[in-house]
Design a protein around this ligand. Structure first.
Ligand SMILES: [Zn+2]
Length: 305
């Protein structure tokens, strides 16, 4: 549809860079590109660049989801703005930041489109919209965008946060189970027709809190396979892929808390060096994406860089 530069932001909740050891489900697991460890030079699939990224943002305490995700999706240091790391769902102060600075809104104002959130929402969300919603949901709403539905998912135009669809099937929804490859094909299709695509995955954080080693290893090896399949289905001359997380958790199952570890931001694509050089902490992600997409480079210009 367009040969202008595009970005996929692949958000994984609760994935930090841990030490090797029996507490780390990634140790000894076939989980490239997610198997990144402290004090080791990472070898990343398809020349991705790993940028250990600070989720603490100068504020004491363990980094949390609401403030971390707000920071990723706005470029505003949310913990500094409210004075602490806020867990769970964004409160009023965080919602105001999102309302003003949502990445979707910034891209719209800059005339970058089409842009999309790839995740599907169930009919329950539309029927009884929850009082408190995730930072991602708020960021999409701030820009007045529509959410993808299970009907979109059935038409291969959306993917569920559990990209295998197994959770939906267990809940009684009539959808087909997807392999990692099936899900990658669908997400790659959405990326192809959009200039900015966000995908959100958060089972990693839930499994980290549950301290469930067998499940953690299963989830991480499948997620890693999904990402490898996805990267093989994307035109990396055109699309910059940025994978990141809001805080550590699953990389250390000896504790049920989030960790203080850096998170792995991994950048793939022709523009990877330029983008990676801009990223030090979670507040740098949105500005890096906006800068890249507002330059309106074509594929030809991209490949000569
Ligand atoms: Zn958590």
């Amino acid at each position: 549809m367009t040969n202008e530069a595009s970005v996929l932001l692949f958000f994984i909740d609760g994935l930090g860079i841990g030490k090797r050891g029996p507490q780390n489900p990634l140790d000894g697991l076939n989980a490239s590109p997610l198997a990144v460890f402290q004090d080791e030079e990472p070898e990343v699939f398809l020349d991705g660049i790993v940028v250990p990224t600070d989720p603490c943002l100068g504020i004491e305490g363990r980094p949390q989801s609401a403030s971390g995700q707000t920071t990723i999706l706005t470029g505003v240091n949310a913990p500094a703005a409210i004075g602490y790391h806020k867990q769970g769902f964004p409160n009023k102060a965080l919602l105001e930041i999102i309302q003003q600075h949502s990445i979707f809104k910034q891209l719209q104002s800059a005339g970058v489109g089409p842009i999309t959130f790839a995740n599907a929402y169930t009919s329950r969300f539309f029927a009884e919209r929850p009082r408190w919603v995730s930072a991602t949901t708020a960021a999409v709403e701030a820009a007045g965008m529509n959410f993808r539905t299970l009907e979109d998912l059935r038409n291969d135009n959306a993917i569920f946060m559990d990209y295998s669809n197994r959770i939906l099937i267990e809940r009684g929804e009539t959808v087909e189970e997807r392999t990692e490859k099936d899900a990658a094909t669908v997400l790659a299709k959405l990326i192809k027709v959009n200039r900015f695509t966000l995908y959100e995955y958060f089972i990693t954080d839930k499994v980290g809190h549950a301290q469930d080693m067998p499940l953690a290893r299963q989830v991480l090896s499948s997620l890693a396979l999904f990402i490898r399949e996805l990267l093989c289905h994307i035109d990396l001359r055109r699309t910059t892929v940025i994978l990141t997380s809001d805080h550590g958790n699953i990389e250390d199952l000896s504790s049920r808390n989030h960790t203080l570890h850096a998170v792995p931001t991994i950048v793939w694509g022709a523009q990877r060096e330029r983008v990676a050089a801009r990223i030090k902490n979670l507040a740098d992600i949105t500005p890096a994406i906006v800068a890249l997409l507002t330059k309106t480079l074509t594929v030809n210009e991209l490949s000569t860089n």
